[in-house]
Design a protein around this ligand. Structure first.
Ligand code: NDP
Length: 610
């Protein structure tokens, strides 16, 4: 092995002791990234509209559903019926808000768990910390990583427990939201002719709602059957989320994509299809899962407040801290703990920023070496094993966890088609062309992910939100996001946003949503208690937050070097990230302190007695 790293950073580690050469790995990562970079970036994908609209149709809703338009008044309208909207509804209910109307385009609550019913769908975060409001609903998941069906059932249980079905509108899309300053009410119109009024509006239109398709030449020429994983067609495959897809027994099936979704559905498809072709552009990093049934002994030890403690513990660990124990104890916290151990082992307090980055990078290399060794240990065919190895740093893509995915490639009816980073070449009438070879298939399943992130009307202009004086949200955000804490904006009284803009993010995103829902509910409760005219940050308070977030924004240097994906805008990371750069733990502490210190005074506009 040659050791070529001349940088002074390398003096911290001796390559002979490491057993690998960091510079070789860096070079390999660069080569693998460069062959995946595409000049068109995110524009390589096709939205499911026009001729592709059927990819986004709702296979679960009643196509004949009709109802009379509503012209009533409710206390709060919540846009979105996923966990964000449900948490907002639940926390508002706890705060004493009377009529709460969830408006959701799907046929029921559940959000991503409504849409994603592909075979094998499961939580990739431990369900005891992912499923919200477990103690409030009185439920404990049956497994450490619950199935999608169980999660969707829990979403419905939340809606029942907090009486959120009573006023809900499903199969309904909001078209406009406009503020009436005299009445201090929002008017909300929908595609079903509704024209309702409300005092409060909460926007929680999640980031994973619209499937995206790869812009592969010829995609519209295919004559076989196709669908996206988030609209699984069980009428074609037979079976259900547990598998048993008997109609595939004589079918050649192709899956395009090898992200978190494919990792879960590929093992089920392999069991049932006559032959399965998995078309890979970039391999996922696949770590151990270790799913198991919930231990009743452990369940008996839980005491009130356990879910919050466990969730906070996990968040601290994945944020790089160490709370003294790892309650969840799964692979999500592994790299963070190894990195801390590496710092402890060095025992130096005088490390320069470069040296600190090197310690993190070496821990990352070690972790990824283990991930690659795991592929060799499981996959029998050496060429297939080689192709399944991920060559990038750990934070580049969402890690995946499975004890079933890699062994699937030892089955005789499964072929990995590695496109060597280029992606599928072409789709024909009969199948898929890759590396010049045509693979004839009966069905193509697109596991190609979702349009991520920019679903807030401030970015998209849809629905049209008109605040005071008719100013739209899109206008207000034209030169960048403008909020206080990501949740309220000046000129948009009593309107609250949930999401990541000028707010925190973390892998257990439902936790983040709960903190937001609780904060919004606290503001509304204070407004009610103090008979405020409405909740609206002053222009000064908003500007202060905007300035602070922009000043402290730190583009992630690791992501900038990463292989492309939605984490880094397909290799073109935004120069100024919109999120709060201090991390979720710090952000939660900041808004908690704001509440304690009566920050409400900044957002409550006094009014006449209501
Ligand atoms: P991803 O965006 O993660 O993956 C899309 C896949 O499609 C990638 O492997 C991508 O390759 C591939 N692809 C795109 N274009 C082409 C092409 N032209 N040719 C070949 N391959 C192509 O989508 P997922 O649906 O897998 O996951 C989305 C997110 O949903 C996850 O990151 C996760 O946050 C969430 N999720 C959560 C789960 C949970 O349990 N909580 C379960 C499943 C998903 P490339 O990598 O090269 O771009």
């Amino acid at each position: 092995m040659t050791h070529t790293d001349p940088s002074p950073r390398s003096t911290l580690f001796n390559p002979d002791e490491l057993g690998f050469d960091p510079e070789e790995l860096r070079a390999k990562y660069r080569v693998e990234r460069d062959r995946r970079l595409r000049p068109e970036g995110s524009a390589q994908y096709i939205a499911p509209t026009g001729d592709f609209g059927y990819y986004a149709d709702d296979p679960h809703a009643d196509p004949d559903f009709t109802r009379a338009p509503l012209t009533d008044e409710v206390d709060a309208v919540v846009i979105g019926g996923g966990f964000g909207g449900l948490l907002a509804g639940a926390r508002l209910r706890q705060a004493g808000v009377g009529s709460i109307r969830i408006i959701e385009k799907a046929g029921d609550v559940g959000g991503t768990w409504y849409w994603n019913r592909y075979p094998g769908v499961r939580c990739d975060i431990e369900s005891y910390i992912y499923l919200p409001l477990l103690e409030e609903v009185g439920y404990l998941p049956t497994e450490k990583y619950a199935s999608g069906e169980e999660i969707r059932g829990h979403a419905q249980a939340i809606a029942r427990t907090f009486d959120l079905y009573r006023d809900a509108c499903f199969q309904t899309e909001v078209t406009t939201i406009s503020w009436d300053d005299t009445a201090c009410r929002w008017t909300v119109t929908t595609d079903r002719g509704d024209r309702m009024t409300t005092r409060y509006v909460i926007i929680s239109s999640g980031p994973f709602s619209r499937p995206k398709l790869p812009g592969i030449p010829g995609i519209d020429s295919y004559r076989g059957h196709t669908f996206h994983t988030s609209r699984w067609d069980y009428s074609y495959t037979g079976g259900d989320q547990t598998g048993g897809m008997h109609k595939l027994a004589d079918k050649r099936v192709a899956v395009i994509g090898t992200g978190a979704t494919a990792i879960q559905c590929v093992p089920r498809l392999a069991e049932d299809a006559a032959h399965l072709y998995v078309f890979q552009r970039t391999p996922s990093l696949v770590d151990e899962r270790g799913n198991r049934p919930t231990d009743p002994e452990w369940a008996r030890t839980l005491t009130p407040g356990w879910q919050r403690r466990r969730r906070d513990n996990f968040l601290t660990i994945v944020s790089g801290g160490w709370p003294g124990e790892d309650m969840v104890g799964d692979r999500w916290g592994d790299l963070s703990q190894r990195t801390q151990a590496a710092f402890a082992e060095l025992g130096r307090t005088d490390l320069s920023p470069d040296e600190r980055e090197l310690v993190q990078e070496i821990a990352d290399f070690r972790k990824m070496n283990e991930i690659r060794d795991r592929v060799d240990a499981i996959v029998a065919d050496p060429a297939t094993a080689q192709a399944l190895k991920p060559w990038y740093r750990y934070p580049c893509k969402r890690p995946t966890f499975s004890d079933e995915y890699l062994p699937t490639f030892n089955r005789p009816n499964v072929t990995l088609v590695d496109t060597e980073g280029r992606g599928v070449e072409r789709i024909t009438e009969r199948g898929i062309v890759s590396n010049g070879v045509e693979y004839e298939v009966d069905c193509i399943v697109f596991a190609t992910g979702f349009e991520v992130g920019l679903t807030h009307p401030g970015f998209t202009g849809s629905p049209s939100v008109q605040g005071r004086g008719g100013r739209t949200f899109a206008e207000h955000w034209r030169d960048g996001v403008r909020t206080l804490h990501g949740m309220t904006s000046h000129g948009f009284p009593n309107l609250f946003s949930m999401g990541t803009a000028q707010n925190a993010a973390a892998v257990n995103f439902v936790h983040i949503l709960d903190e937001q829902a609780s904060h919004i509910a606290a503001m509304i409760a204070q407004a009610e208690e103090r008979h405020a005219r409405y909740v609206e940050p002053s222009a000064e308070a908003e500007q202060e937050w905007v300035t602070f977030v922009r000043r402290t924004a730190r583009p992630n240097p690791v992501l900038a070097e990463c292989t492309p994906g939605y984490y880094n805008n397909e290799g073109k990371p935004v120069a100024r990230p919109d999120g709060y750069s201090g991390g979720a733990v710090e952000f939660h502490e900041l808004i908690r302190k704001w509440r304690e210190d009566n920050g409400f005074a900044d957002v409550l506009v006094p009014g006449q007695e209501q």
